[in-house]
Design a protein around this ligand. Structure first.
Ligand code: HEM
Ligand SMILES: [Cu+2]
Length: 545
């Protein structure tokens, strides 16, 4: 038994105050500071993408023109999609939380290549700057998918946008290489492969996809740029090219990329489910194997984006069945999380409410994915709001909820302070409701025939559009509240102490906020992570003699 301790105090020296001044941040090699700077940039991008989302929803309040013309609308949805997918969601959890936590969770001092890590950050900032410059100078109107031949023919500023996304892709690849090497070579004694924390497994699986798939994206973006600049006939049929070739190459990357967006979130959820159910994972092995399974099968399903592009019946059928395999792995995860919660000692906290939102919305999003993977049904739904609703259920309903769960769960780790829990829980509920109000009507709209990417619509669709805009306003309001209370807590939050959640995750063994070198002495880990089977609040892992 430990003695009742006094009010916790912040450690005197930690990574935030070890060195001072802007220069020390800009030249840092500390994975924690790099993760934090990524987090700041990503939140800025999320804000920008969010403002455009609201603008789109306001335009759609009434049929006909509400606040912007049609070209402006096309540019706005392109900017929204490009910023949210390429500049926020793809890098989000890996670059921010992965960077901050991966070394801590495997008992390492830093990532394998700290300088390369800083280079990833700079490449990301450079790529984002080029993309945004293009968006504000001329603004692309192609949508985030840059489909040819329109993207090679339109007069808008597609070139800088493509170039920026290309540069951001390099950042992704370097981060992936860094994480893979770190997990292979820097695990502390005792952390065998089957003791690697579930979040690390998720980031590792994601990194493998990042490294294998992103070069294909880079290549196809270069080809589009070449076609625009040098007039090569690669994709444009008018020049002897093949537009379907673009779709194959694009989705060969972008379907696996949707797992870049969801796998890290699944990792966050696996951590939080154990911590807030106070139970060991129902099956660690199933969670690990399904992570690997999703990462692998994700490469075999890209054709489901091309069912209506003249695919053969055999090809479409094969892609249809392969797509459903992903759902099996996802279902395995959902059952394992539910099994972990079952008869657990549930602790309702903001991160846990987001986890509940995640599981519910992932289930909806996944099932609608299976629905659009049925070729005959997809002929009706393709390019409608049904698909928009499907991917927002997963990308916002699941991935973003996981991001918010992680943000709240690790906030005390990162800053050493707590946020007001009751406000956090209330806001989480508000956000989940706002989300459902925004996107549920879009399934109905799509099924009624509302196409995606249109500024105008017949009057009979209006009530559902109004509902969706009302939901989006609720969401926006929720994010504003989060920004206010987390910002306030940075300075005025209650001091958290080392392990306020009494979590068994390895990362909580170091101080909060951690020292520069993560742990004061080298660690040896004896027990598996997520082990809640023993009484007491301290993880049963020892420090090296
Ligand atoms: C349960 C597994 C899933 C299945 C079976 C599935 C299936 C599909 C299918 C068949 C389409 C094409 C629909 C069409 O364009 O007509 C689609 C679109 C899409 N899905 Fe999924 N999906 C799944 C999970 C995910 C996940 C995890 C994400 C993201 C994190 C995601 C993101 C997207 C996106 C972004 C699109 C639309 C792309 C676009 O045209 O702009 N899906 N999905
Ligand atoms: Cu796909």
């Amino acid at each position: 038994m430990s003695l009742p301790s006094a009010e916790p105090r912040l450690p005197e020296r930690h990574y935030l105050n070890a060195e001072r001044g802007l220069w020390s941040w800009l030249t840092t090699h500390d994975h924690k500071r790099i993760g934090l700077m990524f987090l700041g940039m990503l939140l800025l991008m999320f804000l920008l993408g969010g403002i455009y989302a609201l603008a789109l929803r306001i335009e759609l309040l009434t049929p006909g023109e509400t606040i912007m013309g049609r070209l402006a609308y096309n540019r706005a949805f392109t900017l929204h999609g490009v910023v949210m997918v390429w500049l926020f969601l793809i890098p989000s959890i890996p670059s921010a939380f992965g960077n901050f936590l991966l070394p801590l969770m495997i008992g390492a001092k830093d990532v394998a290549f700290p300088r390369l890590n800083l280079a990833s950050l700079y490449l990301y900032v450079l790529g984002a700057a080029i993309t945004l410059w293009g968006m504000f100078e001329g603004g692309a109107d192609t949508g985030w998918t840059f489909y040819t031949p329109y993207s090679t023919a339109t007069g808008t500023a597609v070139l800088p946008v493509l170039l920026g996304v290309f540069v951001v892709g390099f950042s992704t690849i370097l981060t992936g290489v860094n994480f893979i090497t770190t997990v292979h070579t820097m695990r502390a004694p005792g952390i065998t492969w089957m003791k690697v924390p579930l979040f690390v497994w998720a980031i590792y699986g994601t990194a493998v996809i990042q490294v294998l798939a992103t070069p294909v994206l880079g290549m196809v973006l270069v080809l589009v740029m070449l076609e625009r600049v040098a007039g090569l006939g690669i994709f444009d049929p008018a020049r002897g090219g093949d537009p379907l070739l673009y779709q194959h190459l694009f989705w060969f990357y972008s379907h696996p990329a949707v797992y870049i967006m969801i796998l890290p979130g699944m990792g966050v959820v696996s951590e939080a489910v154990c911590a807030f159910s106070r139970k060991n994972p129902f099956s660690y092995r199933v969670l690990v194997l399904s992570t690997v399974g999703i990462a692998f099968v994700g490469f075999l399903t890209w054709g489901h984006h091309m069912f209506v592009s003249g695919a053969s019946v055999l090809g479409a059928g094969a892609f249809s069945i392969l797509s459903m395999l992903v759902a099996i792995f996802t279902a395995l995860k959902i059952f394992t999380w539910l099994g972990t919660m079952y008869r657990g000692s549930i602790w309702i906290t903001a991160p846990f409410v987001y986890v509940l939102g995640f599981i519910f919305l992932l289930f909806f999003g996944g099932m609608s994915g299976v629905a659009v993977a049925v070729t005959s049904a997809d002929i009706h739904w393709h390019d409608t709001y049904f698909v928009v609703a499907h991917f927002h259920f997963i990308m916002v309903g699941a991935s973003l909820m996981a991001f918010l769960s992680g943000l709240h769960y690790w906030f005390p780790k990162m800053f050493g302070r707590r946020y007001p829990e009751a406000v956090g829980i209330g806001t989480a509920v508000l956000i989940i409701f706002g989300f459902i109000a925004t996107f549920l009507p879009q399934f109905l709209l799509g099924n009624m025939g509302m196409p995606r990417r249109y500024a105008d619509y017949p009057e009979r669709f209006q009530s559902l559009h109004v509902a969706s805009t009302a939901g989006a306003s609720l969401l926006g309001f929720g994010f504003l509240i989060i920004a206010i209370y987390l910002g306030w807590s940075l300075r005025h939050g209650r001091v958290a102490g080392r392990n306020p959640w009494e979590s068994r995750g390895y990362e909580w063994l170091s101080e909060s906020p951690p020292p520069e070198s993560n742990f004061h002495e080298p660690m040896v880990f004896t027990d598996p992570p997520h082990d809640y089977s023993k009484p007491g609040v301290e993880p049963e892992v020892g420090r090296a003699a």
